[in-house]
Design a protein around this ligand. Sequence first.
Ligand code: APR
Length: 234
Amino acid sequence: MTADRRAPSRIVILTGAGVSAESGLGTFRDKDGLWTKYDLEEVATPQGFARNPALVHDFYNARRANLLAAAPNPAHAALARLQRARPGLVTLVTQNVDDLHERAGALEVIHMHGELMRARCAACGHVWDAPEVMAPDDPCPACAAPATRPDVVWFGEYPYHMERIADALARADLFVAIGTSGQVYPAAGFVQEAAMAGARTLELNLEATAARFDAVRTGPASVIVPEWVAELLD
Ligand code: APR
């Protein structure tokens, strides 16, 4: 027997906050989401950081504390299993700044919105492992400037790794969006980009979003992601 010809060869997966919701990390736009409690202009823009860096650090220090207390859920584990089972064929792109894909065993994760556990110097660009608690005057380990910021991409900033992601989308046979509301660009445009390049598109979410996919499956990520991966691999 040959390998299952229906199995897509190149898969690009885009994850959002919904994949980590069942690990206890808040989503942004759901009822009780982070953006219902915090003003994103104040805590997630360069202008907000310039106005009040201590407030911004407090916000990300709290996110970091939540993350350190959280653990990957079966959705992260299933995606890691898929990436390991198909070496080189599964591009895992996340909008999440958490490290739960890595902790579940994913081999390579493209963090387009940066990483909560990394710090960046706003003066020289040096990046290093974030301490649990950061403060505006923390000196950069490379240039000593007191210009420490979280290495996360804020509104109005350009996401990371866009060229690499565009390459993967152009070559994808299947594009899957998991637990993302599809309201933030450029990630929200990946489904059209992949479809235009000839990929099939699939959405896995608690509820269908407004974006157009060839197929939609609804339910909690911890259930529907392992089911989908099992269908591909077992
Ligand atoms: N399982 C699956 N999907 C879920 C679950 C769950 N248990 N819980 C919530 N969802 C879905 C919601 O239905 C929603 O569509 O996850 C999505 C979360 O949407 P958002 O809160 O908008 O998060 P996301 O799409 O990741 O946000 C994108 O916005 O503020 C920025 O930089 C931030 O990366 C983030 C970006």
